[in-house]
Design a protein around this ligand. Structure first.
Ligand SMILES: [Zn+2]
Length: 583
């Protein structure tokens, strides 16, 4: 225990020396400002809009002062008070069970440790804007990768509780690689595979993506004075979380081995790095400051995530790392996913942003029919905005740069009206068009904008009749994991979880048994002939039932971007400037 003088900064000590027990031993030392000590653990972490109730991993909370142990009274699920009789230094002890591997939770085992400090750090009432000192105790041979200024006498300093919570802590015996972006020091740390030693041009590619982000924002250097990339390379997985001075990425080794694996990882790098500006510093007013104990309803998440998702496809292209064909393939895939999401007609983009806490982060088998992701539709609207602004002689980068200088650089939170005003100052008619895109559940006029750059969308159809279901065979048997709204399966009375036993007199055992269903007619008949209803045997809740299903004509499987025949003069040049993120 250290001697703390009155007014000195709280010291957070985290002991990770028993990784095989998955327990983080935490200790917070501070001089109390009040006799009533109020302690809270955040319920969520910025960038991931779901109440996670981190308190479920907290154990053995106790408060000591000198030799005395005080009674801790629980006031709320993640709030406690302690009534002291003196303002002498106190030590708060607790443990965190770190068994959940994601970019926003804590994971500690004999291979490594990762801490999302929102799930670890207790906030003491009155200490939010105080500096914090962070100390770590590690197993032998491990080192810590912490994106905070180091204290020469040990540990690190965080400017306040927000910066502490914004600090992902990775620990382990991993190698670390340093590189610079416009003279600013950057580090790359990977767990599960050391990408820079497997791919000697990896760090140079990352640097080029970072520089493309700076150019997009009209900046000569990134806003952070130092930056840390943490990559968890897992057998499977995908995710990222942005921070002011770092980001944490999760990516699959299987995905990386695919032909487009490196490109998609570079897009993830671009996405999280651009968040350094968009959402971390250029931040919605509702997150300024961040309410850690309750959801913040942010109607502009489409801007924070959708704009970033659109640009993350273009940034590697602007960095010269991908081809025009590749970026059109990726944009086409996003447009396809959007056009094949029926829920876009049930939820507007603004609603999707506002309902993130209860919908996007809590998906179930019916979500595709009732919601549309603000990442996905936000990216589609970002594409429309960029092409609309280009009609008016401007582009998306110019609006971002203006918003950055008005709000981001000074860290003043923006509201939806501020975004609207910025877009309208570059194209006046967006004052009526943009609100419609945000509020309506109709599709924007995508085709007309694509024509500006010599492109169109073409459908590819399934070659079999549509049953309106998706099947899962993981648990043995064929079970319905999705029943499309208004589709053939729903009209026949099927629901998610039903097990398919037989159809048209033939036993069903594996997914392949469904593949040939209803295809013969299609392949042999240029003109689609009506197909007869089929008898279906299924099992629900342990009981066998028989019903009749009438398959529907083949549906669109995907959309793809293709050149527009007889494109307008200049569209090729416009397409290259657009894809290269040039005005
Ligand atoms: Zn994001």
């Amino acid at each position: 225990m250290v001697e703390l003088a009155p007014g000195s900064e709280p010291q957070l000590h985290l002991d990770l020396r028993q990784p095989e027990r998955h327990l983080v031993q935490a200790r917070l030392e501070l001089v109390p400002r009040h006799r009533r000590l109020e302690l809270r653990l955040p319920a969520w972490t910025p960038g991931s809009y779901l109440i996670r109730d981190y308190v479920r991993t907290l154990e053995a909370l106790e408060v000591r002062q000198g030799g005395r142990r005080w009674a801790v009274e629980r006031r709320e699920v993640a709030c406690w008070t302690v009534d002291l009789d003196a303002l002498d230094p106190v030590t708060i002890h607790w443990r965190i069970l770190a068994t959940e591997l994601s970019v926003r939770t804590c994971h500690l085992n004999s291979d490594h440790g990762f801490l999302a400090l929102a799930g670890v750090a207790l906030l003491v009432e009155g200490e939010r804007w105080n500096r914090y000192h962070l100390n770590l105790q590690l197993p032998q041979g491990w080192q810590a990768f912490v994106p905070l200024p180091a204290d020469p006498s040990g540990g690190w300093w965080a400017e306040d509780f927000d910066q502490l919570v914004d600090t992902p802590v990775e620990v382990g015996p991993h190698p670390q690689h340093g590189f610079a972006v416009a003279g600013v020091p950057h580090r790359w740390v990977g767990w599960g595979g050391d990408l820079p030693s497997r791919d000697p041009s990896w760090l140079a590619a990352v640097e080029q993506v970072c520089l493309a982000c700076c150019r997009l924002m009209g900046a000569s250097t990134p806003p952070a004075a130092h930056y840390l990339f943490v990559l968890h390379l897992l057998e499977q997985g995908y995710g990222g979380l942005e921070h002011d001075h770092s980001c944490v990425l999760q990516y699959g080794r299987q995905a990386l081995a695919r032909p487009d694996g490196r490109r998609k990882l570079l897009q993830l790098v671009a996405h999280e790095y651009l968040h350094q500006w968009n959402v971390r510093r250029l931040r919605p007013a509702q997150l300024t400051p961040i309410p850690y104990h309750q959801p913040a309803i942010v109607p502009t998440l489409w801007f924070a995530e959708g704009i970033t998702s659109y640009l993350d496809l273009l940034l590697p292209r602007a960095a010269g790392l991908t081809t025009e064909e590749e970026v059109l393939e990726d944009l086409g895939a996003d447009l396809s996913r959007y056009l094949l999401t029926p829920g876009r007609h049930g939820q507007s983009l603004r609603q999707s942003s506002q309902e993130a806490w209860v919908k996007l982060y809590r998906q179930d088998a019916y979500s595709a029919d009732s919601q549309v992701s603000y990442y996905l539709k936000g990216a589609v609207v970002a594409l429309m905005l960029d092409l609309h602004l280009r009609r008016h002689g401007s582009w998306l980068g110019a609006v971002l740069q203006e918003l950055w200088s008005r709000f981001g650089a000074s860290r003043r939170g923006y509201g939806e009206m501020d975004l609207l005003a910025a877009f309208c100052s570059h194209a006046e008619d967006l004052s009526t068009i943009l609100p419609k895109w945000l509020e309506s559940t109709d599709d924007p006029t995508i085709d007309s904008y694509l024509a500006d750059v010599g492109l169109r969308l073409l459908p590819n159809y399934f070659t079999h009749w549509s049953f309106g279901w998706q099947v899962d065979s993981d648990r043995g048997g064929l079970r319905l994991k999705r029943v499309e709204r208004d589709g053939a399966a729903e009209q026949a009375g099927l629901e998610v979880g039903d097990e398919l036993i037989a159809i048209a007199g033939a036993r069903l055992r594996q997914p392949e048994d469904l593949h040939s269903l209803g295809t013969a007619q299609l392949q042999s008949q240029p003109q689609l002939q009506p197909i007869e209803p089929m008898e279906l045997l299924m099992c629900r809740d342990g009981r066998i039932r028989s019903l009749t299903i009438q398959p529907a004509p083949p549906q669109i499987q995907t959309w793809r971007l293709a050149p527009l025949p007889e494109a307008a003069p200049g569209s090729g040049e416009r397409r290259q400037r657009w894809l290269g993120l040039r005005p």
